[in-house]
Design a protein around this ligand. Structure first.
Ligand SMILES: [Zn+2]
Ligand SMILES: [Zn+2]
Length: 282
């Protein structure tokens, strides 16, 4: 075997890796100290993003609400302007694109506030819709507390209300319910399908949330797993050809790019395609 033949032989043995599109070098889900359960401020996250090779950073702290509902996990309304100012500072200081946004609880009574106040010119350029709480028969439940099918239906209805509202650029951790649903049964399937079909027909991407990979494992029938992302949910999303956004949901600057590789691996395995985050004009 001459040299040319030798190299031909060696290269023909090399496994052919599928060329997957590289995940976008960006993160659109980032919190600050103002929500009372995260650390640091926008310039700190922008420096971490720059160091991680990112070109775009979206800031999305937990929205303030005019009536102060669940104020212990969100910024106060008086902090809104300071938050936006810190986002502008972050862009000036680092030179990367830092986009002002907010993570908003899906609850129709706050939609006018989100639309008219948060999305007003000069304020937020995108809003994330999320279900951290849902109402069932007038009572409030945590999204990781799903005692039965009727509750899962209420969770799903709330989420779809956000998808169809036209207010949100994407929906955070749509599979949050899986933290308290340990079986891929008819109920889980129909809820996942309803969410995916609604997202597909509205053209709203769903978020693969990296923070779930970093949370404590939950016990399920198939053994311990992250509370979310939940693989069967994303298989359904892939069947419906829903677009996805992968985010770290950072609560500390050192987590700015955390778990994005895991999110990308899941997306690649299932053939999920990345969508774009819709932004309003500056
Ligand atoms: Zn969230
Ligand atoms: Zn978040």
């Amino acid at each position: 075997m001459d040299t040319a033949e030798f190299f031909h032989y060696i290269f023909s043995m090399a496994p052919v890796a599928p060329l997957a599109p590289a995940p976008p070098k960006e993160n659109f889900h980032t919190h600050t100290y103002r929500c009372k359960h995260a650390q640091a401020d926008s310039p700190d996250y922008a420096r971490a993003a720059l160091a991680a090779g990112m070109t775009t950073l979206g800031m999305s702290d937990h929205t303030p609400l005019p009536d102060g509902w669940t104020s212990s996990i969100r910024m106060d309304i008086e902090e809104l302007e300071g938050y936006l100012q810190a986002v502008r500072q972050a862009e000036i200081q680092t030179g990367i694109q830092v986009i002002p946004g907010m993570e908003c609880d899906i609850d129709a009574q706050y939609f006018p506030f989100y639309r008219d106040e948060l999305l007003a010119p000069g304020r937020c350029r995108y809003l994330i819709g999320a279900v951290h709480y849902y109402r069932h028969k007038g009572e409030l439940f945590y999204a990781a507390d799903i005692p039965g099918w009727a509750h899962l239906a209420s969770y799903t209805d709330t989420l779809i209300q956000g998808i169809t509202s036209g207010i949100f650029s994407f929906i955070a951790h749509p599979d949050h319910f899986a933290a308290d649903w340990d079986r891929w049964d008819a109920d889980a399937k129909s809820c996942s399908l309803a969410i995916s079909e609604a997202a597909k027909s509205a053209g709203i991407p769903l978020e693969i949330n990296g923070n779930g990979f970093r949370k404590q494992r939950v016990n399920s029938m198939s053994g311990p797993r992250p509370p979310y992302p939940w693989r069967p949910f994303w298989e359904t999303a892939a069947q419906c050809r829903v677009e996805v956004i992968a985010n770290s949901d950072a609560h500390r600057p050192q987590d700015i790019a955390a778990s994005l590789d895991e999110c990308a691996a899941l997306a690649q395995e299932l053939g999920l395609e990345y969508g774009k985050v819709r932004l309003t004009e500056k």
